[in-house]
Design a protein around this ligand. Structure first.
Ligand SMILES: C[S@@+](CC[C@H](N)C(=O)[O-])C[C@H]1O[C@@H](n2cnc3c(N)ncnc32)[C@H](O)[C@@H]1O
Length: 246
């Protein structure tokens, strides 16, 4: 956990603008629509970072709280809604306190993902909803090269998930998937790398070239483009809406 804290501590002030996906309106809307038309109640955003998702749920009528391990991130989120600095493995809230628990783009960083799922299960009301989302490969065809990119970029990556392996993880003990939403978000790799101060210049250049010079079929699946000195590509997002197992 110390290395995760180090990585996100140096990024907390600039994090919100460090990649398109963080505030992409279609991606945020997809998370809100995954919650369906249920009454707006208590929502908890786990590993909330600067709270970009929670802020938008708050604007949609939810009463939002957040949790993040990195103090700088929790402090940023706390400007918008109450946020505690705590590991998602042990969250200081009572059983069944929430109607909705959400975790975006952090499951692959967790030392013990099943423990976080157990916490989400404990924190949710019996009829509550858990939303789990992250970037995954589009298919088996782009998975190996995407894993290579992620392992090069993210030293703290604990496991590389596909949609299928993430669903299995979710359904192992604690949840049953009720709905799956998918969408592609256009990412600017040049911007993403310029805002990664935890990486050396050489590592940033390596990630850029792994994408700009990616082999087929990765290149066409991700619609990699290099224009005006900028590298862009599509990222595939999966959003699971899941119900508690009894
Ligand atoms: C890639 S950022 C995503 C932030 C936010 N979920 C979003 O979608 O904008 C990952 C976040 O997870 C947090 N994190 C990682 N491991 C954690 C843990 N075990 N408990 C709580 N937060 C954690 C990091 O501090 C960081 O803020």
């Amino acid at each position: 956990m110390e290395k995760v804290i180090d990585q996100f501590s140096v990024r907390s002030g600039t994090y919100s603008g460090s990649a398109n996906w963080i505030s992409d309106p279609a991606l945020i809307r997809a998370h809100i629509s995954a919650a369906g038309d249920r009454p707006r109640g208590q929502m908890l955003e786990l590993c909330c970072g600067t709270g970009m998702v929670g802020r938008n749920f708050q604007a949609d009528g939810w009463h939002v709280c957040g949790v993040d391990l990195t103090r700088g991130m929790a402090e940023e989120a706390n400007r918008f809604f109450p946020c505690v600095c705590s590991p998602a493995e042990r969250v200081p809230f009572m059983d069944r306190a929430f109607d909705l628990v959400l975790l975006r783009q952090a499951y692959f960083l967790l030392d013990d993902g099943q423990q976080v799922l157990a916490e989400a299960h404990r924190l949710l009301k019996d009829d509550g909803l858990f939303i789990l989302s992250q970037t995954v490969p589009f298919s088996a065809a782009d998975a190996p090269w995407l894993e290579h990119i992620h392992r090069t970029k993210q030293a703290q990556l604990k496991e590389f998930f596909t949609e299928e392996t993430l669903a299995r993880e979710l359904e192992k003990d604690w949840f049953a998937v009720a709905q799956v939403h998918r969408l592609a978000v256009r990412e600017n790799i040049t911007r993403w790398m310029a805002a990664a101060p935890e990486l050396s210049d050489a590592k940033r250049a390596e990630v850029c070239s792994l994408i700009a010079d990616a082999p087929e079929p990765y290149r066409s699946i991700h619609r990699v483009a290099v224009a005006g000195g900028e590298i862009t590509e599509d990222w595939n997002w999966v959003i699971f809406a899941a119900r508690k197992k009894a």
